[in-house]
Design a protein around this ligand. Structure first.
Ligand SMILES: [Zn+2]
Ligand SMILES: [Zn+2]
Length: 381
């Protein structure tokens, strides 16, 4: 079958995003789902910084690649051997497929699946190879097993979580990356308790999801830090008790917490911000690294602080989540009014506007923009 999809053929490297318009919306041929796979009509797809990092070349991926990894849609066909998904099911797509057999999958850490990570790095689906083909016959790689800036996607069964059909696609899409990553970091990696002090550095989609998670857990104070005033304002509306720019954070935390926060979440993926997060972590506190820096980036921490102040640095990929359990949990919290996911959505755009969306993201102006692929993009709201 045919599908339109946003394809990256050349990274922008250091050129300004507005000069390059790097994504081309192309008509591709999509294979029928193979064994263990699903065909999904994409209804909403979030524009996330991990896609931008591929566009800029910070995350090196094989090209050409069809981007998009945070999405929700409708199941249109199921491949051989798929017995627990039916046509018309609504699904949230997740960006790490799980093999179910490796050491990490067997110990309930599917975010760390070794086979899934290898497939993602190669731009392949779990079953091997690609299902997308360009007009000239060359194959197009899959981004994180999803490739959701497209009308249709073929994904491995483990990349999809079936959800209740009354959940709006715009809410469902954001669950797949921003919410799993941000709320999961609070609920699972850190297990923040009521009354704990929390600071969040970097207020994009994931950082704002950390705020939502911290507020849902009853953390206090919740300090949101970002250079962009509009993002500070949104964090306050989501329940953060304080917000400020990076340069004000140290003085603010000193006044609030006797010199640091119990939990400091870094959601920018920038080494200097990671080092600042460590500084802002209080005695006995933990710095949770959620952002994805460049592969060759290094950070420097004062060595004495580990033993001398019992500080901990820990990492969190996909919020240490188990998507098949955590997506339904997040939906229940959303139903209960504890996680107003829709507040993260800052714009809804057609597929043809995908370059504009990345330009907004690169300029730091957007929290979560959603692409609605297909000609009827407005009516799918
Ligand atoms: Zn993402
Ligand atoms: Zn595995």
């Amino acid at each position: 079958m045919k599908t339109s999809a946003a394809v990256l053929r050349t990274t922008t490297t250091d050129r300004p995003y507005s000069d390059t318009r790097p994504l081309s919306v192309e008509e591709l041929t999509l294979d029928a789902p193979g064994p263990g796979e699903l065909l999904v009509a994409i209804r909403a797809a979030g524009v996330c910084h991990s896609d931008l990092s591929v566009v800029t070349g910070q995350r090196v991926r094989p090209l050409p690649m069809a981007l998009g990894h945070e999405a929700a849609g409708l199941v249109q066909a199921v491949g051989e051997g798929v017995t627990d998904v039916v046509l018309g099911d609504h699904v949230v797509l997740v960006f790490v497929p799980g093999c179910g057999e490796c050491a990490w999958c067997r110990t309930n850490q599917p975010a760390l699946c070794a086979t899934g990570a290898a497939a993602n790095g190669a731009g392949e689906l779990m079953g091997g190879g690609q299902r997308l083909h360009a007009a000239d016959g060359t194959t197009v790689k899959h981004h994180l097993g999803v490739s959701a800036f497209a009308e249709y996607a073929v994904v491995h069964r483990s990349s999809a979580v079936v959800i209740d059909r009354d959940v709006p696609f715009d809410v469902a899409a954001v669950l797949g990356c921003a919410m799993l990553t941000g709320v999961g970091a609070v609920f699972h990696t850190a297990d923040v308790a009521a009354g704990d002090s929390v600071t969040v550095l970097g207020l994009g989609g994931v950082g704002q999801a950390v705020v939502l998670g911290a507020v849902a857990r009853g953390a206090s104070p919740v300090v949101a830090v970002d250079p962009v005033p509009a993002k500070q304002q949104l964090a306050l509306e989501l329940g953060a008790t304080h917000a400020c720019g990076p340069d004000e954070a140290e003085a603010l935390l000193t006044s609030l917490n006797d010199g640091g926060s119990r939990w400091v979440f870094e959601a920018a993926g920038v080494p200097a911000v990671m080092e600042r997060a460590f500084t802002l972590t209080g005695r006995g506190g933990t710095n949770v690294c959620v952002g994805l820096p460049a592969p060759d980036a290094k950070v420097t921490f004062p060595a004495l602080a580990f033993a001398g102040e019992s500080k901990t640095v820990t990492g969190s990929y996909m919020g240490s989540s188990v998507p098949q359990l955590d997506i339904p949990m997040l939906i229940q919290r959303w139903r209960d009014g504890l996680l107003p996911v829709e507040r993260l959505v800052s714009a809804i755009l057609p597929l043809e506007a995908v370059n504009d969306a990345f330009e907004e993201l690169a300029a730091g102006r957007a929290v979560r923009q959603l692409i609605h692929p297909g000609a009827d993009w407005e009516s799918t709201r």
